[in-house]
Design a protein around this ligand. Structure first.
Ligand code: URA
Length: 224
């Protein structure tokens, strides 16, 4: 297994959580998408750039096996090859925005979908729809949802995926922005599930939006 390029973040952040390196470039990308005056076109373009970085980082966490090839010079190159198959699962609707980024780097990747909404009676997240690859239990799963706020939907999605036979260790949750509360809830429940996040923000406001955050990701991506 190749070591991931990012470090697990230190301090109060759980060891299963990995952030992208906070370079000036990444900070500039986040500044654009957080700005309420950014146009929809720019929001699409720059959030796609971040998604691409996150997906690449997620792939760094997949195991590889030694693989030897012969190059056109006749020399032998001792490298590695990916071990195992992957798939994506997006949490509707905002997670769908991350599918293209995954397809760009993994040709013909299978992608499942999960729709979770709040049950009005119980106020708990409830599964409304799921369509997952039939052989998902034999795959690594990249779970896609751009914002980890309270973690309720993502935790429900993981339960659904695990009920289909995927162990926690084979799920990698990718998101653009996390709240500390969401990360704590999530990693307390699933300590062996890796979370790749671009940025950990300050917290949640009274409406459960991440602050400073970027507002409603789905609205900004699809509506404004
Ligand atoms: N979903 C969003 O789109 N934004 C948040 O801040 C929290 C959840």
């Amino acid at each position: 297994m190749v070591a991931p390029t990012t470090q697990s973040t230190s301090g109060s952040v759980p060891p299963s959580v990995f952030t992208l390196p906070h370079t000036a470039q990444l900070e500039a990308l986040y500044t654009i998408i957080r700005d309420k005056n950014t146009s929809r076109g720019d929001f699409l373009f720059y959030s796609d750039r971040i998604i691409r970085l996150l997906v690449e980082e997620g792939l760094n966490h997949l195991p590889v096996l030694p693989k030897t090839v012969e190059t056109p010079t006749g020399a032998i190159y001792e490298g590695v090859g990916f071990e195992g198959k992957i798939c994506g699962v997006s949490i509707l609707r905002a997670g769908e925005a991350m599918e293209a980024g995954l397809r760009e780097v993994c040709r013909s990747v299978r992608i499942g979908k999960i729709l979770i909404q709040r049950d009005e009676e119980t106020t708990q997240p409830k599964l409304f729809y799921s369509k997952l690859p039939q052989d998902i239990s034999q795959r690594y799963v990249l779970l896609l949802d751009p914002m980890l706020a309270t973690g309720g939907s993502a935790m429900k999605a993981v339960e659904v995926i695990m009920e289909h036979g995927v162990p926690e260790e084979r799920i990698i949750f990718i998101n653009l922005i996390s709240s500390p509360e969401g990360l704590k809830n999530f990693s307390t429940k699933f300590p062996n599930l890796r979370v790749i996040t671009g940025w950990i923000d300050q917290g949640l406001n009274e409406k459960a939006y991440i602050v400073p955050g970027l507002g409603d990701f789905g609205e900004r991506r699809y509506c404004s």
